[in-house]
Design a protein around this ligand. Structure first.
Ligand SMILES: [Zn+2]
Length: 275
């Protein structure tokens, strides 16, 4: 009984100075100067991370057959396992983006992980980005304009020393893409250095149909994100699902611009001026 009275007293004190905000008006943040190119109803980019061998061995052939160009955010060591195929991929119009040098993520994923975001600072991350760019240029002759945050995580450090490395990405690249996000991107307002990446691994067409329909209704930019390409295991985009998505979009009656991230991001930036 005493505990109950005390909790009511504490709640009352907590709320004594509470200011309830008024219901916001309906106006939206909006840059009405943005328009897609004439006749375009929205955009979709297909993106795949880590330069996994299955992408080079199976995925590229499907994309080339369907004449869809994608963005591949490359881990350097993995890329060196299929270097000629990746060189050809660039010639076929695919984009190779930066994904850091050592793919650092939180130690929570795996405490034996040698490169952990909690142990890094901004200088180390600057090295990760610059050295990866240098190696991609040297190995396959590309200068990356697009970046994907490994594990979708955007910080370095721990506790009071945590810092965001999004500003570094914003200075170094045209765009930065996240992972496990829940939405397409609104081209009128999206921060190009924090683009949402909607997962397509281990999904069938019916799983993806709602976000495809929403993207086409809202004329937004959907960035689908995957890892391995095939049928076998976790973190794998099923190639049948990929084909079904492309067929569905092409037969929808809408004119959806399917292109690598750098093309769509460059167009948005040209429309909006510098962020
Ligand atoms: Zn990755």
């Amino acid at each position: 009984m005493l505990a109950h009275v005390l909790s009511i007293l504490i709640l009352t004190l907590c709320h004594a100075n509470l200011v309830i905000p008024e219901k916001p008006s309906v106006s939206k943040i909006r840059d009405t100067s943005f328009t897609w190119p004439e006749g375009v109803d929205g955009a979709i980019s297909f993106t795949f991370d880590d330069a996994r061998p299955s992408q080079a061995d199976s995925g590229l052939a499907v994309l080339d057959k369907l004449d869809v160009q994608a963005t591949f955010y490359a881990s350097i060591w993995s890329l060196t396992q299929r270097i000629e195929i990746w060189r050809d991929a660039i010639l076929n119009g695919h984009e190779i983006g930066n994904h850091t040098l050592t793919h650092p993520c939180s130690a929570n994923f795996d405490t034996s992980r040698p490169y952990r975001l909690e142990d890094m600072d901004l200088e180390r991350m600057r090295y990760e980005l610059e050295e990866s760019n240098r190696q991609l240029d040297s190995l396959i002759g590309t200068k990356p304009q697009s970046f994907a945050y490994p594990c979708g995580q955007t910080f370095v450090g721990r506790g009071t020393q945590v810092q965001s490395y999004i500003p570094l990405v914003a200075k170094s690249f045209l765009s930065g893409r996240g992972w496990q996000d829940e939405s397409a991107n609104n081209p009128e307002v999206c921060d190009l250095s924090q683009l949402m990446g909607f997962p397509m691994d281990n999904k069938n067409f019916e799983d993806l149909k709602p976000i495809l329909d929403k993207t086409m209704q809202e004329s937004s930019w959907l960035i689908l994100a995957g890892h391995d390409m095939g049928t076998k295991k976790e973190l794998t985009t099923d190639l049948k699902t990929l084909e079904a998505v492309i067929d569905y979009v092409r037969s929808s009656g809408k004119n959806i611009w399917m292109a690598p991230v750098c093309e769509i991001a460059a167009y948005i930036r040209s429309q909006r001026g510098k962020d």
